[in-house]
Every structure is written in C-alpha cells, then in structure tokens.
Design a protein around this ligand. Sequence first.
Ligand code: ZN
Length: 237
Amino acid sequence: MHTDQPHLTPELRRRLEHEIPTLTLEIRALYQKLDQKLNLRGALVPITFGFETETLGSYTPGVGGREEEFHFSLLFAGYMDAVKISKEDRTDLFLHEYAHYMQYNMEIPKEHDWKPGKHGSAWKYCCSLIGAAPSEYYRFNKGREKHNYEKALRNPWSDPNAALRDIRRREREYQNSRNSTVRFSVGDTVTHPDFGTGTVTDVTRLESSVRLTIAFADRTRKIDQKWLLRSAYKKPE
Ligand SMILES: [Zn+2]
C-alpha cells in the first residue's frame, strides 16, 4: 500500500529524466509518420521536457524571437505512472500538440477557418487529419476510473478537474503572450476617429499587454495596444 504522496522527490525526478531519450524517440517516430503523411517537418522541431504540474504540453511557434519547440511535462508524458494517464491519453497529448504545430505550418482550407482561436476550427481540422481528440481538454479516463478522492485532493495535478483549470490557465497564458507581443514601434503614426493622427512616442511591454504612449495633436495619451488593434487605428504601410 502506498500512502505517501507521490511528490517530486529527487529520486522520482532522476527516474523521469532518465526516460527523456526514449520518450524523445517515441514522439519523433510518431511525428515522422505524420510528417510523411502531411509533408511537414514537425519531427525536426526540438522537444524539451520539464516537471510542470499545471501544464501538460505546449507547442511554441518560432515567431516573435522565440525558439520553436514542443514541450512536455514528464509528470504526464513520462512512462512512469506519475499521474496515471493511459497510453492512449499520452499519445493524444502528443497528437494534440502536433495539431497546434500543423495550425502554424500548413495551409488551412478556407472552409475550416471560420472559428478563430487556439482551439478553433483550424485546429480541429488539423486534429481530424491525425486522429487527435478535438477537445482542448485532455482526457483522463483511466486516471479518473482509478481515482481515490482523498488522494486526488492531496495531489491536485492528478485530479481531472485540476487539469481543466490548468488548461484554462494555459489559455490565459496564451492570450497574455499574444497581447504582450509588441506590434507598434516608436515613431509609428496612428490614426484614431476621435483623437485624430498621433505618433507613438513610447512602447512599454507589460506582462500581459503593451502600453503605447501616443502624442496626439491635443495631448499625449497612454493606450493599451490591444484597443488599438481592435479599433480604427492603422499602422501605416
Ligand atoms: Zn491545445
């Protein structure tokens, strides 16, 4: 009987790290098959691992100065029963992130481009091509069956409901990083229906937004970039 909490002891950490080479080969083999089918190069994208308890995996496209990579938490992706997810669920985790890769790296037919968003229609279309579950939530079927409620409370990251919360957090992180991608630079001219034409005099990147200081004819205003993008502002070509 195991009554102790499976927290990340140095021993568990060491054993999970030991799985990295085999795991990398397994994911690459899966991605190679998909690459051949789709004429893509996902198997060449670096794969990194961590010990995140709140995110299962991610795909970061190589835009905005960031390194392109797949990243997985060993607690979920590892072979060891750290979180008790089924083999099918693990594979679905890898497919889920590959579908995000596809989203950025292949032509999406117009008829599948009607619902925007990270898990919108384009992503679901990608899922349909590779057999990934078209759900932004990972499924923890087996983990749920075996769950001991007391134990789940002690280990929030093994609780299916915690996974749902964590995906929401991940969505928020995605929104934040999207909102904090700088889209204007000092000297840009912008126009506004009420304030007229102005010049960007300062760009401040905040954690989840970009604050622009804009000198309009009457006075200087500080405006969140996201409102500029949504309103009638235009960055001149
Ligand atoms: Zn996703």
